[in-house]
Design a protein around this ligand. Structure first.
Ligand SMILES: Cc1cc2nc3c(=O)[nH]c(=O)nc-3n(C[C@H](O)[C@H](O)[C@H](O)COP(=O)(O)OP(=O)(O)OC[C@H]3O[C@@H](n4cnc5c(N)ncnc54)[C@H](O)[C@@H]3O)c2cc1C
Length: 404
């Protein structure tokens, strides 16, 4: 039986291990951290294409009951004027739509499901190096331990060590010029319908929120920041400093943002984001990177988690049908590259529009209704209506995928 070392127990890692198990590859997941991080204020939407990809390996049940359905998004300007509304994608045949959930809950649920399926997840194992050995790969860990297997899959996120090992000259991650911060506010009157995203292009910053079924308000803000903050700069900001900066940013807008921020209890912690527009080399010898390690996208795309799931499932199909690793990895690259790079580019465009100056803002507010019109919605179908036909064989050219 083929054995694989999967580095990282985020999203791509446990899903890859589950998908590989179904094609007869025994995968062990090796994770640097002691447990899933409990990110303050960080939630995400697993889009319908991500849920559909989990369904391909009968793992979508793991996310049922997490968070709440999120069928649509409404966009406004800072004046409160509605610029347009779009769905988060055509629902699956059984009516399933995208689900918004806490990021840490998704991590936990995927690892729990992998463990339930008998997959080994070892924590506290930070990969430091890897090299080819006859017929396989030897991995070295920070604690001095080693492991060997036929394959090594780097699902180790945007700061991927595996990416560097595969290509020491790989381009570094690119700074995205908006900061991120979010939180959970108590129930209040926002005028929003439960489960529907409200996205506000404010005069000074972007604000998004949605009301959970029990009434709590989940929100995030993207203060523009052209230059990359120095290491430790954001971590040094106190909750009071964040709150007063955010209140100043949203003061000119006629939206519920200020009240939501004011009423949010607990700590406020902001973070920077980066993307990877094009990682030229995803694989070498018997090693490959998937998920954020290969193509991190700005959160504005809303697709980071869903792309990680798609990658994991597609890689397993390639290894099932093309057991020679080099052929499988080449087919995987052909199958995935155009799609994921398009997602990263779209995310970067959205992030830049959130950081628009006065002229850019006027243009954006003028054109957004058009973009959100019917034609614009149809143009998004490539993103959400991607369906992986698990049983379809993958040829050496990398095929077997279709839009729903
Ligand atoms: C704060 C925050 C908010 C986000 N919000 C959204 C959102 O709203 N929507 C969305 O779609 N996406 C969002 N994302 C992005 C999304 O979480 C990622 O796209 C997704 O998690 C990618 O999955 P992954 O498995 O490739 O990488 P990750 O989830 O980053 O997992 C990588 C794992 O590898 C481990 N690791 C790293 N190095 C090593 C090593 N050397 N050895 C062993 N293990 C290692 C890490 O500890 C981690 O557990 C957000 C990300 C962050 C950080």
């Amino acid at each position: 039986m083929t054995a694989a070392l999967v580095i990282g127990a985020g999203i791509a890692g446990p899903v890859a291990a589950m998908a590989l198990q179904r094609v007869g590859v025994e995968a062990t997941v090796l994770e640097a951290g002691p447990g899933p991080a409990d990110d303050i204020g960080a939630f995400l939407t697993l889009q319908i294409n991500g849920i559909d990809a989990l369904r391909a390996i009968e793992a979508d049940g793991a996310v049922t009951g997490l968070g709440f359905p999120t069928p649509s998004m409404r966009f406004r300007s800072g004046s409160g004027k509605v610029l347009g509304e779009i769905s988060t994608g055509e629902p699956l045949a059984d009516g399933t739509v995208g689900i918004t959930m806490r990021r840490a809950d998704l991590y936990r649920a995927l690892c729990d499901e992998a463990l339930r399926r008998g997959i080994r997840i070892e924590r506290g194992r930070r990969l430091v190096d890897a090299r080819p050995v006859p017929g396989g790969v030897l991995a070295e860990f920070a604690d001095g331990s080693t492991a060997t297997a036929d394959l090594l899959i780097g699902a180790d996120g945007i700061r991927s060590r595996v990416r560097q090992i595969i290509d020491p000259a790989a381009a570094p991650a690119r700074y995205v010029p908006v900061l991120n911060i979010g939180g959970y506010a108590p129930p209040q009157d926002t005028g929003a319908r439960p489960g529907e995203y409200e996205m506000v292009f404010g005069r000074r910053a972007f604000f998004g929120f949605l009301v959970a079924p029990e009434g709590a308000v989940w929100w995030f803000a993207n203060p523009p920041r052209r230059d990359e903050p120095a290491r430790g700069e954001l971590a040094a900001m106190s909750t009071a400093e964040w709150r007063s900066w955010l209140l100043e940013l949203f003061a000119p807008d006629r939206t519920p943002a200020s009240e939501i921020i004011r009423s949010t209890p607990g700590e406020l912690v902001g973070w920077t984001t980066y993307d990877l527009p094009s990682v030229r080399t995803w694989h070498r010898d018997r090693m490959i990177v998937i998920g954020d390690a290969a193509h991190a996208t700005s959160p504005a795309s809303g697709q980071g988690a869903s792309m990680a799931v798609e990658d994991a499932v597609e890689l397993a199909r390639c290894l099932r049908d093309l057991p020679e690793p080099a052929a499988a990895f080449t087919a995987y690259d052909r199958l995935r590259r155009a799609r994921v790079e398009k997602v990263v580019a779209a995310g970067a465009r959205t992030s830049n529009s959130k950081a628009a100056g006065p002229v850019g803002r006027v243009l954006r507010d003028a054109f957004l209704p058009l973009v959100l019109s019917r034609a614009g919605r149809q143009a998004q179908s490539w993103l959400h209506e991607y369906h992986i036909d698990w049983d379809a064989p993958v040829g050496a050219g990398g095929n077997g995928m279709r839009a729903r």
